[in-house]
Write a protein that binds this ligand. Structure first.
Ligand SMILES: C[S@@+](CC[C@H](N)C(=O)[O-])C[C@H]1O[C@@H](n2cnc3c(N)ncnc32)[C@H](O)[C@@H]1O
Length: 303
């Protein structure tokens, strides 16, 4: 079956849960269901696979991919940061596995009317959940220059963030910036020649801000740590250094260790990836969107 999104680090995700008896599994970013398919096929013991995604388009794609496991999959249209509330509603009190594959799907990037892509033209939208309040258009046309610059610098790692923010504010004084192509036209001459598309970083920064991706990740990982049972595992794929830092820091904060003097122990996690797993050169060649992916895995070792 041709999938609308190629799952990243698929083999590594399967390995991450090897040997774990997965009864209840929480997939926070179901997407097209590629990771879900692989896990459901290898773990027949799964009783409930909670497939969460805030984008309804993802559910349509995943429903087709997961039809053989229809009775095991619970499709949830929500943010994964709501993990505890979701489990409460489903009357599930613990999980043996959680995965978060942060970021955007190819379904979102490839449909220009969603506004995620700097290729082609579309509305400046970028919302993963189509009825969320904040759009990229609002940030670009209403936010103060300094805040736009911060978003592009911090979330987009765009070195020319100040100049771009200035150009946006100058342009919007004449007329509102409504489309992705208008924004690209403003950014291109400022960034100039670049190995990646000159608007990549600007679009990334805006997208992360629109969807509060970093806040989501922090809340989601913390909830996953709280809700995993002993022996359960948490796998997080990130695509951005700030996201990776959140996973690394939270895992580290909860790492089990014996206090230096005395017997007291703290933390409940064992970190299984001292260094994050990254895609092989073959995977990057086959799927360039995997190039910045990093996978961190932790196991809950005490309650
Ligand atoms: C990289 S794709 C996941 C691909 C999926 N693992 C697969 O194999 O097809 C990321 C998905 O996560 C969703 N997403 C991102 N942040 C989310 C959040 N905070 N809550 C729920 N879904 C989110 C996006 O809508 C998108 O569909």
């Amino acid at each position: 079956m041709k999938t609308p999104h190629v799952s990243v680090l698929l083999r590594e995700i399967v390995q991450a849960f090897e040997g774990v008896e997965l009864r209840n599994f929480f997939d926070g970013t179901l997407g097209a269901g590629g990771h879900a398919r692989a896990l459901l096929a290898i773990h027949p013991e799964i009783e409930k696979y909670i497939g969460c995604d805030r984008d309804p388009v993802a559910h349509e794609a995943a429903a087709a991919a997961l039809s053989p496991w229809r009775e095991k999959v619970e499709f949830v249209r929500s943010s994964y940061s709501e993990l505890k509330q979701i489990l409460r509603e489903l009357k599930i009190d613990s999980l043996q596995g959680v995965m978060i594959d942060a970021g955007v799907s190819s379904m979102q990037l490839d449909h220009r009317e969603r506004g995620f892509s700097f290729r082609g033209d579309g509305p400046l939208d970028m919302r993963m959940h189509p009825s969320a309040d904040l759009t990229a258009e609002e940030i670009v046309n209403k936010y103060p220059e300094a805040e736009i610059s911060r978003i592009l610098f911090e979330y987009g790692e765009e070195r020319r963030s100040r100049q771009i923010a200035r150009a946006i504010v100058d342009a919007r004084r004449k007329k509102p910036i409504r489309s992705t192509a208008e924004l690209v036209k403003l950014v291109e001459p400022i960034v100039g020649r670049s190995p990646i598309h000159p608007a990549t970083r600007t679009f990334q920064g805006l997208r992360i801000a629109v969807n509060d991706e970093l806040g989501e990740l922090e809340k989601g990982i913390q909830a996953a740590i709280d809700m995993c049972s002993v022996g359960g595992r948490i796998a997080v794929i990130s695509f951005h250094s700030l996201e990776d830092r959140i996973a690394k820091t939270l895992f580290k904060k909860c790492e089990w260790r014996v206090a230096k003097r005395g017997q007291a122990a703290a933390g409940c996690l064992k970190i299984l990836t001292k260094k994050p797993a990254i895609p092989t050169p073959e995977e990057i060649q086959a799927n360039s969107r995997s190039r910045s992916a990093k996978l961190r895995i932790a196991e809950k070792i005490c309650a």
